[in-house]
Design a protein around this ligand. Sequence first.
Ligand SMILES: C[S@@+](CC[C@H](N)C(=O)[O-])C[C@H]1O[C@@H](n2cnc3c(N)ncnc32)[C@H](O)[C@@H]1O
Length: 270
Amino acid sequence: MGFWKDTEDFPTACRALLEEVLKSAQILQDEVSSSNKNIVDTLSIIDLGFGCGDQSLYIKNALDNQRRGKRDDRWERNLKAYVGLTLESAHFSIAQKRLGLEQSNTSTEFEIYCADAGRPTSWTPEIKKSVSVATQGNDEKGDHENWLLGLDTLIHFQPSRWPVIEYANRELGASLMAYDLCIADNLSLKQRLVLRFMASFGQSPFANFVTIQEYRERLVMAGYAREKIEIRDISEHVFNPLAGFLRKKEVELQQYGMSIGRFRYAAGMK
Ligand SMILES: C[S@@+](CC[C@H](N)C(=O)[O-])C[C@H]1O[C@@H](n2cnc3c(N)ncnc32)[C@H](O)[C@@H]1O
């Protein structure tokens, strides 16, 4: 969906959304900090629903640069490990190619799998082992954090997003950073019906559509400290700008007799 605050370009907006999530988790800073030059603290990311791998590519670049001694000093911690899961085998194959991992996972620091990220009980022993190794603390000096990343994906998880979030807190001691969807507090019956239709259209369980308050309570029930939960509404920088971008694309494509298809509805076009 993208974070369109300072851009009109889709790939830039997608990267900005990832960076906004990383910044909210205080993993990435806005600007390079000289105090981040000699850091020893580490971080592992369990990435749920990486799609075609845009965010994986971003994190792999950061990891590769770090290995070459050219780390981006906006990162507050050194990356220790990344394990990414995505559901669709077609998306997985695209991501494998983009990441240069066609054969199989070759490094324990960066691994991707095709799996249902929302159901940890369905993960193969290999995935469970990767996640377990990635999320082990540091023997060396320095503090280690584990983070679950859900970028525009948790809303799709069946039967809901909560089993994996509870698992992450309980078994991995992981925090959660996400771009996710919530509903307004007082939806009318008509709006609820429209939402039900949109939920089935977007293949998301209706039960996943909760208010910010309900979301917060579920995080507390999952084991997260209430005072540490931060939820920000960034919708003004997402939906209208995205709809504007889609409308522009539709006009461009129409010149060639093509269309953005079902995204016309998302753009508010009939
Ligand atoms: C809107 S896309 C976002 C993809 C990516 N995170 C991004 O921001 O570019 C949602 C993705 O979540 C994936 N997904 C949905 N349910 C999933 C599940 N249970 N486990 C893993 N991936 C899932 C979909 O296949 C899709 O690729």
